[in-house]
Write a protein that binds this ligand. Structure first.
Ligand code: GLU
Length: 473
């Protein structure tokens, strides 16, 4: 294959939805796989709904996912002259024509048609105007739209993913290319740009398939080669309906904020429709690139399984090198501890966490001393009669050398044996004193990371509190 040129063409009327992110990813993978070019085009012709900050968000989310573009971003809002020049050419060549019906006339025709039980189609009246008449009326200032002269034969779309689709001429009227206010319509700008940018493969959501016959007709009118189309199946929520906000997070930025890794989201999205074969599940962008092909994309809708994404994220999280992990955790908050301590803490807690948010939350115990204690834990272990052994444990930990978990555990076991209690009876109040809760990673490993001073201070403060020495209850 000669080097393909593909594009991702988001409309900045919303943030990057997972559907859009998957489209961007597939285009990116395809370009990388074949040594092609990935073009980014911002389709912001709808000035009312397009917002610059949404464009920025989309670019950010793409960068976060690792989907860097080779060309662009091009902004359609800056390309009007190109569209109007193309419109002028189509008009001069007779492939498009002016239509002078007013909005009221069209509305009346629509109503009449519908009353007769027919699907409304533009009558094509403008087709029969002579060039002279059309020019004269335009020159006289009469308002008009520009319409494409559609072929009177079926249009066949040979889609690389969805297969063959045939669209009958009855269903395709001479649609508007340029509105009476001079603004080009969306279908027109897409095709002019695709031609102008030399796009060879159009990979996008299946919701655009019904538009494709219009695009094919336009490509032909523009004298361009028809690109290969690949329409990706819909992404559904667990209830089988189109994925939306109702199903929880649906935007790339939301997953980022919820503590997902970019490589996990990319990996997960890649498998929504594409199957690499060999039952592969965990793959880096490089591995996906090596295997990617349009042939292995299925036409059916896929289900977005949050649980699977979370599982995958947890898996990939375990493999993140410590340095990068801390950098990733920083936006979620890290206790003010030295890097070495934070790295050891993260390593200790990681296996219990599935997202960066969970890791960040679990590392809070290395920050401020706990001021609140879980009620159920207090009820069970916050008893004055248990504080004697908590103090005894603290005193053993004060002198244990080296200050390492194996040695601490040995000292604690010896103490338990001497006192005739179980290790658990010593450990649970300590856990509560140190973290405010009874859920924690292995106690002595945690204490080792926390440090002697912090651990002793918390244990003694807790004992004071329970014994009422500080006046607190
Ligand atoms: N701007 C369109 C969208 O955001 C994409 C158009 C296309 O890919 O052809 O859905």
């Amino acid at each position: 294959m000669t080097a393909p040129r593909v594009r991702f063409a988001p409309s900045p009327t919303g943030s990057l939805h997972v559907g859009g992110a998957r489209t961007a990813l597939y285009n990116w993978l395809f370009a990388r796989r074949h040594g092609g070019t990935f073009v980014l085009r911002i389709e912001d012709t709808d000035v009312e709904r397009s917002r610059r900050e949404l464009t920025d968000q989309i670019l950010d989310a793409m960068t976060w996912l690792g989907l860097t573009w080779d060309e662009g971003p091009y902004f359609q809002s800056e390309r009007s002259a190109i569209y109007l020049a193309a419109a002028g050419r189509l008009l001069a060549e007779g492939k498009a024509y002016r239509a002078f019906e007013t909005a009221e006339e069209l509305e009346a025709a629509r109503k009449a048609g519908e009353a007769g039980g027919k699907v409304y189609r533009y009558s094509g009246a403008g087709r029969s105007l002579s060039r002279e008449e059309s020019d004269t009326r335009a020159a006289a200032g009469e308002r008009f739209v520009l319409r494409l002269r559609m072929p009177d034969e079926p249009i066949v779309v040979q889609d690389a993913v969805q297969g063959r689709a045939e669209f009958l001429p009855e269903a395709l009227d001479d649609f508007i290319l340029v509105r009476s206010d001079g603004n080009p319509v969306y279908h027109f700008t897409v095709c002019v740009d695709d031609v102008e940018m030399g796009i060879t493969h159009v990979i996008r959501g299946v919701d655009h398939l019904p538009n494709t016959p219009k695009h094919v007709a336009l490509f032909r009118a523009l004298g361009a080669e028809i690109p290969v189309f690949a329409h990706l199946g819909m992404i559904l929520g667990p209830d089988g309906k189109k994925l939306s906000k109702r199903h929880g997070a649906a935007g790339a930025e939301e997953f980022r904020a919820a503590g997902f890794l970019p490589e996990a989201l990319a990996n997960f999205l890649a498998l929504l429709g594409w199957s690499p074969g060999e039952d592969r599940e965990r793959m880096s962008l490089e591995e996906m690139t090596a295997l990617f092909s349009l042939e292995r994309i299925g036409p059916s809708p896929s289900r977005f399984d949050h649980e699977k994404l979370t599982w995958l994220n947890g898996q990939l999280l375990q493999a993140v090198p410590p340095r990068r992990l801390l950098a990733l955790l920083a936006p979620f908050g890290l206790p003010a501890r030295d890097e070495g301590t934070l790295e050891r803490a993260a390593r200790l807690h990681l296996s219990r966490c599935r997202t960066l948010v969970e890791v960040s939350q679990s590392l809070r115990i290395y920050g401020d001393d706990p001021s609140e204690f879980e009620a159920a834990g207090l009820k069970k272990f916050g008893k004055p009669e248990l504080m004697k052994s908590l103090r005894a444990l603290a005193s053993r930990l004060a002198s244990v050398e080296p200050f390492a978990h194996a040695e601490m555990e040995e000292a604690a076991r010896a103490l338990a044996t001497e006192a005739g209690v179980s290790l658990g009876a010593l450990a649970q109040p300590a856990r509560l004193a140190l973290t405010g809760s009874l859920a924690s990673p292995p106690l002595f490993e945690m204490i080792e990371v926390m440090g002697r001073e912090t651990a002793l201070r918390r244990m003694l403060a807790f004992a004071d509190r329970i014994e009422g020495r500080t006046g607190a209850s």
